[in-house]
Design a protein around this ligand. Structure first.
Ligand code: TNX
Length: 485
């Protein structure tokens, strides 16, 4: 069995194989019907079977999705999956756990199930639940814009690996990608181009809501990022009045080595009216608990300005009932304990982050030399950067989030996240190439108990996913570290 991420425990029962046939039905607890529908939608095209989803009715030789009655260890996100000759039974406390069970079930089907049959599942008893609450993937839609359909495709890909957070980097120097009705030029001007020029794009609020709902249906929470005070050229270019001299700078379509060259003007009152409006609309679009303020690389802002700026902006998030997350530079400011810092450094010791953990802040780990999906695998990778080093899949996999940062205990780690910055990624096939097979590696670090960690075993399981990705049209990187079939 080649389940990724590795489950907490798997017991094989060779006598318990279950075959899905033309008469198999799916019976779901009322609140689990959407998950049952999702399972049916995955299985119907390949099997050609009807696979009716019924509400909580006993079915003969069926697949059961039950809420309640699971081992208490499964918590809110885990599940039990029992496959026997007569039935497949999934049990969880919450629908999100059943969704995770469905992802496991999908991986247990033979590859032929992506295009042929027979549809035999191995007899197993699985108990499974995540190690960390936050298992994220970040997509930069600012440097290059990705359409709603392209982002949905990425959501479908990551959902299979039990990723539960999609962090969207919505704004940066090169593009503002979300409609703000009170400041419409942000999208129409700030979203009108991208790296290398071209038309860029933005999400209308309706489209953005659609993305959030699409993710939610896969138990993925979207965390939107408005990166401030730096990384704001697109906003400054959209509104002259946001600039000290009242003159808008030109739109920026470069990459350049001047990262962090732009800044909102912390001494201009309009800056705060602007952000209050933006954050109000963003909070209203966000069912999740976090808004990401970026706050990284504010090289054009002095230390006192930076602190004062956040002092004004943090309450704008809090008053809308949201918590703040920021890149770890945010720790330079005075923060409420609920604020989360996302570590993107390349060292395994960081004093400010360790101090913050000791003060009660939770940390999301995205070490750039391990988790940055925009780093090349090796010198032959056609896109990407290498400032944090080459990251082949064994490097992406080979670290323990629970002990990675000195003096940041596992209890302070909210989870892991794999950022995909898009300065060099102009097409969905580039997302495929950079995310696979590394997203599954980071997903496993976030989900699986450390006791399952083993590069050899992981590499073997991963190899079996290659043909599945092919069947799904994912143009993945055939890393030489893995013995692909
Ligand atoms: C650093 S990481 C950045 C991004 C770039 C990325 C490229 C971080 C918080 N800032 O602005 O896109 O490197 O690898």
């Amino acid at each position: 069995m080649n389940i990724v991420p590795a489950p907490v425990s798997v017991e094989r029962d060779p006598a318990g194989d279950f075959t899905i046939t033309a008469t198999t039905a799916i019976s779901a607890a009322p609140d689990a019907v959407p998950v049952g529908d999702h399972l049916a939608a995955v299985l119907r095209p390949s099997t050609g079977f009807r696979l009716p989803v019924v509400r909580d009715r006993p079915v003969d030789r069926g697949i059961l999705l039950a809420l309640g009655g699971a081992d208490p260890r499964v918590g809110d996100s885990g599940y039990q999956l029992d496959i026997g000759r007569q039935a497949v039974i999934m049990r969880a406390n919450m629908p999100s756990g059943l969704f995770a069970a469905v992802q496991t079930l999908r991986q247990l089907l033979p590859l032929a199930a992506e295009n042929g049959g027979p549809w035999t599942l191995p007899g197993v008893r699985i108990l499974d639940y995540p190690r960390f609450a936050h298992r994220g993937a970040m997509l930069d839609v600012s440097r290059h814009f990705f359409t709603v359909a392209e982002v949905k495709r990425y959501i479908d890909q990551i959902a299979q690996y039990k990723i539960n957070v999609l962090h969207l980097h919505l704004t940066d120097d090169q593009g503002w990608r979300i409609e703000v009705r009170s400041w419409p030029r942000l999208a129409t001007v700030g979203g009108s181009t991208q790296v290398g020029g071209g038309t860029g794009g933005y999400y209308t609020q309706d489209q953005y809501r659609e993305l959030v709902a699409y993710a939610a249906a896969r138990y993925i929470t979207v965390i939107p990022e408005i990166d401030v005070p730096g990384h704001t050229n697109a906003a400054l270019a959209s509104y002259p009045e946001l600039n000290r001299d009242g003159v808008a700078p030109p739109l920026f379509t470069g990459i350049g080595n001047a990262v962090g060259f732009s800044s909102l003007h912390t001494e201009l009152e309009i800056t705060y009216r602007f952000l209050d409006d933006v954050l109000a609309e963003l909070a209203a679009l966000t069912p999740g608990e976090y808004l990401h303020l970026g706050t990284d690389e504010a090289h054009a802002t002095t230390e006192p300005e930076y602190r004062r700026f956040l002092e004004r902006v943090l309450p704008m998030v809090a008053k809308r009932g949201k918590k703040v997350i920021g890149w770890h530079e945010i720790l330079r400011a005075e923060l409420p304990e609920s604020a989360v810092a996302q570590y993107w450094g390349t060292t395994s010791a960081h004093k400010e982050v360790a101090d913050a953990a000791a003060r009660g802040h939770r940390i999301v780990l995205s070490p750039a030399n391990r988790a940055y999906l925009d780093m090349k695998y090796d010198e032959d990778t056609p896109v990407g950067f290498e400032w944090a080093g080459f990251i082949d899949v064994d490097t992406a996999y080979g670290w323990d989030p629970g002990s990675y940062l000195r003096d940041v205990p596992e209890s302070a780690v909210l989870g892991v996240e794999a950022p995909l910055w898009s300065e060099t990624l102009s097409a969905p096939k580039h997302i495929d190439l950079m995310a696979f097979p590394r997203v599954p590696a980071i997903a496993e670090l976030g989900w699986s108990p450390w006791s399952t960690h083993d590069w050899e075993g992981f590499g073997r399981r991963l190899a079996a996913h290659g043909p599945r990705w092919e069947a799904q049209g994912i143009d993945f990187h055939r890393s030489s570290r893995v013995a692909w079939p």
